[in-house]
Write a new protein. Structure first.
Length: 222
């Protein structure tokens, strides 16, 4: 006979498995590509998508989390331009879905919802992001191959729009998650394209990327 607590127990078990996989991957962030590393990284976010579905969350949210997992899969494979572009494309569509989720969560008119960005800490945050994005793009473009420039610029602008959209919501949790995404991607871009391969800071940067990234997905879910 079923009990009311069973769905919650199952939900919690899957979430715990996700956290466990994320913790396992954190110990292998700097390791070479391998099956266990790939499964841990991909599984941690894939399980978050499962949790979103089990909780009856928006399909767009489950899709965003699932695409994040797909992007994780490509980036966990052997480092190559093809895998990087496939991962970037997956994350790009995931952020587009997040934008759609955030728009659905706010029934105000578009003009009204963005007027909230004109004052207080939201305006300051939006202003800081407006300065950060062109600085990052301007720093990255000269350092990356010409065929990577368009997708990197489009991706940077998309996550910028995603974060601005999150700032129009009343949920501090969602806003923190969006800012964590921005921080994670900024550090990842700096690590991959701007920092010397021999820099002693890369280990810390790569761990920060993972903590912020997984935390961002978790904030969007929880």
């Amino acid at each position: 006979m079923s009990h009311p607590t069973e769905p919650f127990a199952a939900d919690s078990a899957v979430l715990a498995a996700s956290v466990g996989a994320a913790a396992l991957y954190s110990t292998m962030v700097r390791s070479t590509s391998g099956p266990l590393r790939t499964v841990a990284k991909t599984g941690s976010t894939a399980l978050l998508s499962v949790v979103a579905t089990m909780r009856g969350g928006p399909l767009l949210l489950a899709g965003a989390l699932g695409l994040g997992s797909l992007g994780d899969f490509f980036l966990a494979l052997k480092d190559s331009e093809t895998n990087f572009l496939c991962g970037l494309g997956s994350f790009l569509v995931a952020h587009m879905l997040y934008i759609a989720v955030f728009f659905q969560a706010n029934n105000d008119a578009v003009v009204d919802r963005f007027q909230i960005l004109l004052g207080g800490w939201r305006a300051a945050t939006a202003g800081a992001l407006t300065l950060l994005v062109p600085v990052m793009i301007g720093s990255l473009v000269p350092r990356i191959a010409s065929d990577l420039r368009p997708p990197v610029v489009v991706y940077s602008l998309t996550i910028f729009v995603m974060t601005l959209t999150a700032l129009t919501l009343d949920s501090t949790q969602v806003i923190v998650g969006a800012l964590m995404f921005t921080g994670s991607d900024s550090i990842l871009a700096a690590d991959r394209f701007l920092v010397s391969p021999t820099s002693s800071h890369r280990g810390l940067m790569q761990h920060a990327v993972w903590v912020l990234y997984y935390g961002a997905h978790s904030e969007a879910l929880l």
